[in-house]
Design a binder for this molecule. Sequence first.
Ligand code: AMP
Length: 557
Amino acid sequence: MLDGCCPWPKELVDQYVSQGFWENYTLGDILDRTAWYFPKREALIGISPVNGETRDTYSELRSKVDHLALHLLRLGFKPNDRVILQLPNIPEFVYIYFALHRIGAIPVLCLPPHRLSEVGYIAQETDAIGYVIPSEFRGFDYLELAKEVQEKAPKLEKILVAGTDAPEGTIALAELLEDPLEDKYDEKYLKSFRPDPMNVAVFQLSGGTTGLQKVIPHTHNDYICCCKFSALMVGHNPYSAFLASAPIAHNFSLSAPGLHGTVYFGGKTVLALDASPETVMSLVEAEKITYLNGVPTMIINWLNYLEEAHLDLSALKVLAGGGFKVNAELGRRVKATFGFPVQQNFGMGEGFHACTRLDDPEERILGTQGQPLTPGDIVKVVDDDGVEVPRGEMGELWAKGPTVVRGYYNSEERNKEAFDPDGFYKTGDMVRQDSEGYLTLEGRNKDMINRGGEKISAEEIENLILGHPSVLNTAVVAMPDPLFGEKSCAYVILNTGKGLPFEDLKTFLLEKKIAKFKLPERLEVVEEFPLTSMAKVSKKELRADIAGKLDKENRDK
Ligand code: AMP
């Protein structure tokens, strides 16, 4: 494995391979294999900023990917080069993503809302040499962002643009897809770059629970294992059709089962440019989507829309919900609308996943987040001292297995806290496990806000707020929200004699070039913070305080 990564011990590698969890295929191989089985079957449908609606069969997809991969080699990209991908759900994401796998380079997956603060930091952390962007998306100029990132991360030499506007000094993906290659760049040459399946395939980003985001190295083996088991759980087959409406770079859309699982079983992937009910539901109908996933916020919007819209959604067999807890009420609404229950999904970038099975009893589907994904998973529910609690009692979930990484990239210190010496990842999620192994999420003991599936590290935002001249101290906490589940609220103590209008604080934070979803959505100015018995700020009390205020405000309306 790449230097700076934590490999699995040899006994586990042998075990995972001999038990068939790891197949020693690469992500490039699964595309190859499916293109060989089903060359004429539709593989990918999406809207390209250059060519408009695009429909690729598996054979066309593979040709584009291979052609692009050979161009990458011609341009000097090498195995293990890190290349940041920050693209919306457009076909070019899939072409370049698999092309990088073909040559053993490593996609680093940023999300479209990330800004200089996130991308600049990740570029430095990963020593990225390439950055793939749209020229523009939702009114934001990514070419300008690329220039700023390059100033922060001088190793970032190559900017690839998926769009019609690729200025001088950048590389236009559309041209690479068209331009012919010299004879030496042939299939045999490309095959010589096939990576080792134990190599890092992808750098995912952690939800960022302490300070800035951590880089999660997934190998081909563990990531393929995750997509295969996730796909089996939802009954994927060559006739499956997956609609990706959450960002394709996120774990849930990419590998649980996501794009990978659909390619693995030869189904088609349809890319939605946004998650609005109009876009999503019209695609579900037109493309006869069989599998759809989303966070509860998205699902609530879709269900509300379907109360009025009358569409033929009969092809849909599974609606998976995750990223944030799907409560029983929402589960029941899914059943009332579609006639089948929601599939509960609980997972994390670090690779642990649990889900309900399609034929689980209804009370388990409505009331739990299911069972661990693979029979190779080992979970423990522990108390504050890391000692296992009896079944049925609440504790922190620790997990290891063939889909769970053994450490963050280049993070020796953080790894000591986040992983135990036996390789268990300490998820920070508080759960109960019942006698049959079903897990129910009860809360978390990590300092994070889960805004409808988008994770915000309280510490990261607090550090920025502390830079404001009017602020003496701050604590950022989650406040309940009917649609997003949680939003963030900033409690601040001001320097004496100074005021702080909320708009000023937001402007100050936006000037730090952070993703917009991380902005606090309420400011509470206080004289002092409640303290715990250990004299730490009691975020529990602050959360209760803001929840009480919101409740009262709603009642007074
Ligand atoms: P991420 O790595 O961004 O996918 O975030 C992972 C975290 O999201 C988990 O550790 C949980 O805290 C939360 N999460 C994921 N799925 C669920 C779910 N189904 N219910 C509640 N929380 C979830």
